[in-house]
Design a protein around this ligand. Structure first.
Ligand SMILES: O=C/C=C/C(C(=O)O)=C(/O)C(=O)O
Ligand SMILES: [Fe+2]
Length: 300
């Protein structure tokens, strides 16, 4: 059996310039800066210790962090990886400290995305208090680039205990708890984080941000729109370091009751599978091939 992931916990994103990333995250995205020094900055959009850790230098890489329920569960996960031939590295005490966790193991998916499993991450007794009211409720999911969709999907299902909720073409939207997807694997030519999602309270927050971002010359890359897959209303926009951020609201939950009968749906790789309102993405991994061989770019 694979690891039993409880929830997504954090992303770590190597950035060209820490100040630029922190300014974007606080003034535009609406996160709370928790701590920073010359090398890293911790930010959050919910009551956890942090959701994003920006690290100075793109070469410091991109990582996603996933919580398991206990230190014992982490040991079990390490054994299961080894038994199935997956290389596992135990985190050092310095790495655990930097991630504010008690337990840490590190694996890679077949594409080479670094996946950290953590136990007993720090909670925070203070509530999330942003400088900009974007209506953020919580950090919710990531999109990952995949060079090998079937191998990475199999890794998430067999080794990480995920379940496919839906496919759009070869892209699998995968859940590890009752949220429709906590990770989505988008076919690409490289590894890395494709987008970072925060749930917001309502469609009003999406639209308020749509105008706020435009006023601040942030490039909107998709939306406002609605995903037929999860039913969420969304807005995607371009952040620093080639990271796209997404606000969405109303993501479907697949409850224990739904689980009894739920089967994943196959959506074709068509515009209507990405947005049911007609918004056209300016995101390479979401572009739909056209009959004449070109890819549709966002309407001017
Ligand atoms: O358009 C593709 C994305 C679908 C969804 C969704 O169903 O909510 C995402 O948010 C995603 O995969 O990131
Ligand atoms: Fe998303």
């Amino acid at each position: 059996m694979g690891a039993d992931l409880h929830d997504i916990r954090y992303v770590r994103i190597g950035c060209d310039d820490l100040d630029t990333s922190v300014r974007f995250a606080t003034d535009i995205l609406g996160l709370e800066l928790m701590e920073r020094d010359g090398n890293r900055a911790y930010l959050r959009g919910d009551d956890r210790d942090h959701n994003i850790c920006y690290t100075q230098g793109r070469e410091s890489g991109q990582v996603t962090g996933w919580e398991v329920a206990s230190l014992d569960a982490l040991d079990e996960a390490a054994k299961a990886f080894e038994a199935s031939g997956v290389t596992v590295r135990a985190g050092t005490s310095e790495e655990r400290e930097l991630r504010r966790v008690r337990g840490l193991i590190v694996v890679s998916d077949p594409t080479g995305n670094i996946i950290e499993l953590v136990a007993r991450p720090d909670a925070c007794g203070r509530r999330y208090f942003p400088t900009r009211d974007a209506g953020i409720l919580n950090f919710s999911h990531v999109g990952l680039h995949t060079r090998n969709p079937s191998a990475d999907e199999a890794f998430w299902v067999r080794n990480l205990g995920g379940k496919v909720s839906d496919w759009i073409g070869d892209a699998a939207l995968i859940r590890i708890n009752d949220v429709h997807h906590n990770v989505a694997l988008f076919p690409s030519t490289r590894a890395g984080i494709q987008h970072v999602n925060f749930q917001v309270e309502s469609i009003d927050d999406i639209m308020r941000s749509f105008y706020h971002l435009q006023k601040n010359n942030v490039r909107i890359v998709f939306g406002p729109g609605r995903h037929p897959t999860s039913g969420a209303r969304f807005l995607y926009f371009q952040g620093p370091d080639d990271i796209v951020y997404e606000y969405s609201t109303g993501v479907r939950l697949i409850t224990a009751e739904d689980e009894k009968t739920y089967v994943p749906r196959q959506f074709p790789k068509a515009e209507s599978s990405f947005c049911m309102w007609g918004s056209v993405p300016d995101i390479p991994e979401f572009r739909v091939p056209q009959p004449n061989g070109s890819a549709v770019a966002r309407a001017a």
